[in-house]
Design a protein around this ligand. Structure first.
Ligand SMILES: *Cc1c(COP(=O)(O)O)cnc(C)c1O
Length: 371
């Protein structure tokens, strides 16, 4: 009889967006025809500079990666104007979130995060056997005052996503700054900025200077979203050396592969690619918002590369879309049972999704739901 740790008994595995290969097998639709708008990936893939660097790295694969990822960390340190020992890399920023939990949570600790906050926060808390303090959302976003009120001497970690996934909600920097000023200094605040590079101009704000003032702040960013490198698994954390030091204690040595390190270095040089990505996303968001509105479907404003849309029967809409080779993301696991999350794709992919949805609506009563 296997005896897993008691706090693991209650957990369940992460369920991600359905892979294209799986939907191809299930529907018989060719992989090339499937439109995946389910995992907030960059529909452009990754920059050509990054691809070239990845290919070159193949010659080094007989050796272990640089466990300190010196070149990539140096480049990030220069980019953000911080010291080398203020940068830590993760296998995706997901690992940064996990490592923060591993370093700071134990069974006696409490972790505060928001209702509808990114699912990894609750999973990381559960994996460490710590106590969940999930604070009711405000307008689908974080209620920072409510979260502050739930911090006590047992609190070790707070997760804040800005913008948040899956809701796309945005927090004003002044509100986060006020939170950081008031939160007790023994509480590590992880500011998860996975979609930072997608923020529209009027919401752009440089949070990195905050780490000088707040020794308990860990900023998490990733190459998976706007940089289009989700398959390579590179993310990073920025914080004061003391905090980064604790993360390094629990970080597996070779957690970021050589091709991933090299591709990330090259990706940082391709500013034009990031700009093209942001523009494509801004236009795609408008295309989806207007298309859904025309179909009588309610959406939430989003600061990311995805949006939430509300349906009478989200599960039926999802099933129908799958039969048409369109993969979107059910978010019932968040308690958002009437919503689906749709990632922004290429213009033709967005159009294909809207057309498939229109067909479904014309055949059902879905159109009557929220209009
Ligand atoms: C996608 C995402 C991440 C991390 O993704 P990685 O691929 O592990 O870098 C972190 N936080 C949020 C809110 C996300 O949506």
């Amino acid at each position: 009889m296997l005896k897993p740790a008691s706090h693991i008994l209650k957990t369940s595995p992460y369920v991600g967006g359905k892979p294209i290969s799986l939907v191809a097998r299930e529907t018989g639709i060719a992989e090339a025809k499937i439109v995946k708008l389910a995992s907030n990936e960059n529909p452009l893939g990754m920059s050509d500079l990054a691809k070239a660097a990845y290919n070159t790295a193949i010659h080094q694969l007989g050796r272990y990666p640089d466990p300190d990822a010196h070149a990539l960390r140096s480049k990030l340190a220069r980019k953000f104007g911080v010291a080398l020992d203020q940068v830590v890399l993760g296998s995706g920023s997901n690992e940064i979130l996990d490592l923060a939990a591993t370093a700071f949570l134990d069974a006696a600790a409490e972790c505060v995060y928001s209702q509808y906050g990114f699912i990894v926060y609750s999973q990381a808390t559960q994996r460490l056997g710590a106590k969940h303090v999930q604070v009711e959302a405000k307008d689908f976003g974080h209620d920072l005052d409510g979260m502050l009120a739930r911090c006590n001497e047992k609190t070790r970690l707070v997760f804040i996503a800005n913008p948040n996934n899956p809701t796309g909600t945005y927090l004003e920097p002044t509100a986060i700054e006020a939170f950081l000023q008031k939160v007790p200094s023994h509480v590590v605040v992880v500011l998860d900025e996975a979609y930072n590079e997608y923020l529209p101009d009027h919401q752009q704000f440089d949070t990195v200077p905050w780490i000088k003032r707040f020794p308990n702040l860990l900023i998490a960013r990733t190459f998976s979203k706007a940089y289009g490198m989700a398959g390579l698994r590179v993310g990073y954390g920025l914080g004061q050396p003391g905090l980064i030091g604790w993360i390094n204690r629990v970080r597996p040595a070779f957690n970021v592969t050589t091709p991933a390190q090299e591709a990330a270095i090259a990706a940082l040089d391709d500013r034009a690619f990031l700009a093209r990505t942001a523009l494509l996303n801004a236009q795609g968001l408008v295309q989806l918002q207007q298309g859904l509105k025309a179909l009588g479907i309610k959406t939430l404003p989003s600061s990311g590369n995805f949006l939430l849309a509300q349906f009478e029967d989200a599960s039926a809409v999802n099933s129908y879309l799958l039969t048409q080779g369109v993969i979107v993301r059910p978010v019932a696991g968040y308690g958002l049972t009437t919503w689906l999350r749709i990632s922004v794709g290429l213009p033709e992919e967005n159009a294909y999704f809207l057309k498939a949805l229109a067909t479904h609506i014309s055949k059902t009563s879905e159109a009557l739901s929220v209009a």
